[in-house]
Design a protein around this ligand. Structure first.
Ligand SMILES: O=C(O)CCC(=O)C(=O)O
Length: 385
């Protein structure tokens, strides 16, 4: 409630409307039948109730996926990671004078924003998909001028995120939704520090397949959003349930019909630390600036059907546009192999995931010092559609 009050207080004349929106959205989200542990039936198929709920709403909250030990690893790793951030946008050095994270990368890494800003909203960035600009609340006087809020190509910087990516149950879910030969999309961190974290205006993620004759609700893939600290109505992503089935939506019109940026019918992705949300990329979704007191760090990892990316000209949203032929997809998929092995080394009691394309080709990846160099700039090949 403290965060809800703090958030509402940033909305001036709309404070009461924002308070009501946050409270009712939270209640409605908690009433949906789309949360629970990952579970498979006796044939090792994803529980049909999960599949049905995901199809209906476009998202599912998997509870208790990352256990306390793993969360602790991630928290420590992310604290160390933040110390490696450059002191400002494009900077080459961290505060301690060491070369900054990403300073030697050519593929994009950190995206910065003014505190509580909405840098994408209403801009032509990312193919103009963030059609409206959200309210940019005033940050505290002592807030930094600029702060990082997205880290692209995150797996090259964080071994703990790489291990999350290799999680056997999550990869099995990716297989169930996108087929045994599923392909990666991209991996990012969304960093929403209290009082600083920027908004990500309402959007749908897909770009390339809206007019495809094979269009369906899964054609642009999905993201896993693993929560390090949990996600709330104040700091979390909001979604319009069911909107993933409709096609390309005029968001400006939705906002107009709703009478404000608080789009009618939307609900927040509410969950605890260690929960992982599976979120269809076609859902109308976005997040407000984090004016509350709780941090949200999302370990984001997307997956596609192979047919959605094979020989497709990329959207150029996350990297330079290129055609994704077999060789590009195979190269980009190596990270799955490294992730599985990195996880096996840290959690040897778990049965590692077996990725069908590697089995078919006799490929076996070992996570060791040289492999780290292979991941440098790996996101230049993000399968961005
Ligand atoms: O985490 C957020 O705030 C935004 C996430 C998002 O827009 C995405 O994953 O496409």
């Amino acid at each position: 409630m403290d965060s809800i009050e703090a958030c509402a207080a940033h909305y001036g004349d709309d404070a009461q409307a924002m308070r009501t929106y946050l409270l009712t959205g939270h209640e409605r989200a908690m009433q949906l039948d789309n949360r629970g542990p990952i579970s498979f039936d006796s044939n090792r198929k994803l529980d049909s109730r999960i599949v049905e709920a995901y199809k209906t709403y476009g998202f599912y909250v998997f509870t208790g996926v990352l256990k306390a030990e793993e969360l602790q690893d991630i928290e420590q790793d992310l604290e160390a990671l933040k110390k490696r951030f450059p002191v400002g946008p494009g900077g080459k050095f961290a505060a301690n004078g060491a070369p900054a994270l990403g300073a030697d990368c050519t593929a994009p890494t950190l995206v910065w924003s003014k505190p509580l800003g909405d840098p994408l909203g209403g801009s032509t960035l990312a193919n103009g998909r963030h059609q409206v600009k959200l309210h940019e609340p005033k940050a505290a006087d002592d807030a930094p001028e600029m702060a990082p809020f997205i880290l692209l190509g995150s797996l090259q910087f964080s071994e703990t995120c790489l291990r999350v990516y290799g999680h056997p149950q999550l990869l099995k879910v990716a297989e169930e939704i996108n087929g045994k030969d599923f392909a990666p999309f991209n991996e990012t961190l969304f960093i929403k520090e209290p009082g600083i974290g920027a908004a990500v205006s309402w959007h749908q993620d897909g770009t390339t397949h809206w007019d495809s004759e094979d269009f369906d609700q899964d054609i642009h893939g999905f993201n896993f959003m693993a929560q390090v600290y949990g996600s709330t109505a104040v700091n979390g992503v909001w979604v319009l349930p069911g909107s993933h089935k409709i096609g390309k939506i005029d968001i400006t019109e939705l906002v107009r019909e709703s009478g404000s940026e608080r789009i009618k019918g939307t609900v927040p992705l509410v969950c605890g630390a260690g929960d992982v949300i599976m979120c269809n990329r076609q859902l109308v979704h976005g997040s407000f600036a984090n004016t509350g007191f709780e941090p949200r760090i999302t370990v984001n990892m997307g997956f596609h059907r192979r047919s959605s990316v094979l020989n497709v000209m990329g959207a150029g949203t996350h990297n330079d546009a290129q055609v994704f032929d077999d060789a590009v997809i195979a190269k980009r998929s190596e990270v799955i192999g490294y992730a599985i092995d990195a996880r096996r080394q840290r959690f040897p009691h778990e049965a590692p995931y077996e990725y069908q394309p590697f089995l078919e080709q006799g490929l076996d990846y070992k996570w060791k010092a040289e492999a780290k160099a292979v991941l440098h700039d790996y996101n230049a090949l993000d399968l961005s559609i």
